[in-house]
Write a protein that binds this ligand. Sequence first.
Ligand SMILES: [Zn+2]
Length: 214
Amino acid sequence: MPQDSLSAGLSRTNSADGSGAPVRSSQVDQQRIARAVREILLAIGEDPDREGLRETPQRVARMYAELFAGLHARPEVHLQKFFTEKYDEIVLVKDISFNSMCEHHLLPFMGKAHIAYLPDGRVVGLSKLARVVEDISRRPQVQERMTEQIADLLMSQLQAKGVAVVIEAVHTCMVIRGVRKPESLCVTSAMRGIFRYNQSTRSEVLALIYGNRT
Ligand SMILES: [Zn+2]
């Protein structure tokens, strides 16, 4: 087995801290992942050369490249094309489904994001909000940070009067291991601008998000 070189997987920098710092868009080092997966199979006492497992390391490597593609993305690019509108009521996109990976266990958590903003002259295409969720979720994540990253990015890029982000997710690390609570839903919210300091505006957006549920 070749010595690990300082490969793309280590030398890149990323903006997973939400700083929006530019990312050097190196590719995920799939060969390195494949070697590591083979090691894991050996470590659990499996035979990585048996027929069913022979292609597993490469398959997992391709999957990780897909699941972590957001590390090499710059979500702010989706918000750079905006339209000037006098619309000054809440814009809400509900039920944006996403899949992410819990960075503590590298197990998926999945759910829905609800994103609202109160424009101050700038509106974006609604699908762009889903693109932002996609880029920010496809990284090793924790739900709390993901919620804040989305809110802060929208707030800065749209220069909105306020942004509200609510995320509801099921964490498979709580379903299949540990406390094993399959029914539990983790809800996080991040309020910025007017949604943070104005109680009635905050109530209005939460009613819009949760309103039609029984
Ligand atoms: Zn976890």
